[in-house]
Design a binder for this molecule. Structure first.
Ligand code: MN
Length: 290
């Protein structure tokens, strides 16, 4: 184990499992890595999907995501680098640039497009899907762009933390949600720097390293790997420490819903009947009707 002189947690949780994402494509041929796949939805409840995209080849992203529907959950897009324009059936439009976040609640239905507004250079970021509780799945759609400059962040001991959702070290994130209490952090660690986050033991948690390499509980996690953290009873948080290079990682956690999950493509409901209704509503032009 590495020294942890600034450690404050009494019992950090341990890594349960490392995951290598699945290389796939979605939308109109956008190449991406599906890090949180459908088979992990139960384990990582309330999160349904995490895609990591990152390419300097226009051919990997130029097709974008033309008009497509969603119902029953929220999508959170975090753009590390690049430009992507969003338009949706609720009349919202926004341009997502470097470091910006877009939070969209599909609720009862949104049809939107997510299209690159660049023809060359790097496009890199993440899209996370957060489930809605059954009682909120048919809520009115909601949308918010959070420009990078407005994203709450703090620096401490060689660590910069950008707080997208939830709160970290007393800093409230851009978005809060009751019920699932999502935490979404982008953490930049200097070589050797230590980061700790308090977290209830029943909340599901995972992190994805996208630069450098870190260790947690003595297990090394390189870039391109997701770690699922164990829900160790009595644990009070998690501890990450960068190894010998600058390291960047997103950390995601939340309180599980423990409700049935039924997914058909871009619709995530609780039952098959609700999925069939979503498909009918989409086909009949009622999915995104006011
Ligand atoms: Mn979408």
């Amino acid at each position: 184990m590495t020294n942890t002189p600034d450690a404050a947690l009494a019992q950090p949780r341990l890594i349960e499992r490392l995951i290598t994402g699945l290389a796939t494509s979605d939308g109109a041929g956008v190449k991406l890595t599906r890090v949180l796949t459908q088979d992990l939805q139960r384990r990582l409840d309330p999160f349904l999907m995490l895609d990591a995209f990152g390419s300097e080849k226009a051919g990997d992203y130029i097709g974008g995501f033309p008009d497509h529907p969603h119902r029953g959950f929220e999508t959170i897009t975090y753009m590390l680098e690049g430009r992507m324009r969003h338009r949706d059936s609720a009349g919202n439009e926004g341009l997502l640039g470097n470091g910006d976040v877009q939070w969209m609640t599909a609720g009862r239905g949104v049809i939107h497009s997510e299209m690159p507004e660049q023809e060359e250079g790097l496009m890199e970021g993440f899209q996370l899907w957060l489930n809605l509780p059954a009682k909120d799945k048919m809520c009115a759609p909601w949308y918010r762009d959070i420009p990078s400059a407005a994203l709450p962040e703090y620096e401490k001991g060689g660590v910069k933390v950008r707080v997208i959702a939830g709160s970290s070290d007393g800093v409230a994130g851009a978005v809060q949600r009751e019920g699932t209490l999502p935490l979404y952090l982008d953490i930049h660690l200097a070589p050797g720097a230590l980061f700790e986050q308090a977290l209830p033991d029943l909340h599901n948690a995972f992190f994805y390293v996208y630069r450098g390499k870190l260790q947690s509980g003595g297990i090394e996690v390189p870039a391109g790997r997701m770690a699922i953290m164990a829900n160790d009873a009595g644990s009070d948080g998690l501890r990450l420490q960068a190894l010998d290079e600058p390291t960047r990682v997103i950390l995601v956690a939340g309180r599980p819903l423990h409700e049935p999950i039924a997914q058909y493509g871009p619709f995530v409901m609780n039952t098959q009947a609700e999925l069939q209704q979503a498909v009918r509503d989409f086909q009949n032009g009622k999915l995104a009707a006011a």
